[in-house]
Design a protein. Sequence first.
Length: 361
Amino acid sequence: MGAAGIDLRFLLDMLKLWYSNGCANLPPESGIALHLQIFGGDGLAVGWHEGDAHPTILAFCASVRCRKNIVVLKPRRQGADIVPHHRMVERRPCRRTKRNPRMFIDLADMLVHCVVEGPDTAPPLLLLHSIGTTQNIWDAQAQALAGRFRVIRPDLRGHGLSSVTPGDYTMRQLAGDALALLDALGIEKAHVAGTSIGGRIAQQVAVEAPERVLSLCLLNTALEFPSPAIWQVRIDEVRRDGTQVLADAVMPRWVVDTALPSSRGLRWMLLRTDKTGYAGAACALRDATAADVAGRIQPPCTVIAGERDPAAPAEAVAALQAAIPGAELVVLPGAGHITTYEFADAVTAQMLAHFDRLGIG
């Protein structure tokens, strides 16, 4: 805990979120308002260091003062050197030995934010989230699986706290990000699970590098997501007006009960997603075709579907199962599209069953 009882880990997360959103206002649910004066640059520089489970606010902040839920950061003198937030590392002895599961890793053209939990010696499990959300949609599954696996949850390109890069993304590019992350972590092979676009990326990973995929768990996904014309309309709208133009239409497709706190959390994830990142990922979905992967996926696979999922309906799920030799199919009764959140226990049980069938973990 920091000044006036403020949790510095939570505060740093909020600061990173604030920075990644272009210094826009934080959501009211955060309970924190930030009053910042920035000298010598146009951004906030914060830092962390390996091995310290309690992130600190570094940057050029000389002090932190708290009045109720208002956090006031006082900058250092004007003209102080500004270090980019993703490069700054504090060199000092660690206060605690517990490893911080959150990390930022430089890839070729982006900085990826990921959470790594579980024993280093356990089988690696890569979890890939859906478009317009973050790695947090896997919270329940990561908690349940981290005792048996080394669970790796990245924010996809253009999402969460990972870098937003311009242009149209492709499935091969997003699959390349996943493989590059495994390389950076020193992981040769991994089990891969993905939901929605994450499931389609997982398919692409299995095609691009079959020798590196131990098994697949594909949730609420398909070989392709028609039609390109519909995706193009969505892309144009988001690039013009931001993700808020989608929220009212998308939420009933994502979840069955939009009034649940978890559903409202998903809505905030969507609203906080950078429009460039969302549109870039939507381009990958627009251009993905069944021909790119059908008949080319070899690892053991379980397909998990929602009975009421309009984004991956029954016929699309059947085509996916048919395209993967020996794939198991599980349909969750009454479930919609983002099942890892709304039907978390059922998804976790099916993933555990998948690994039990394979004698893994």
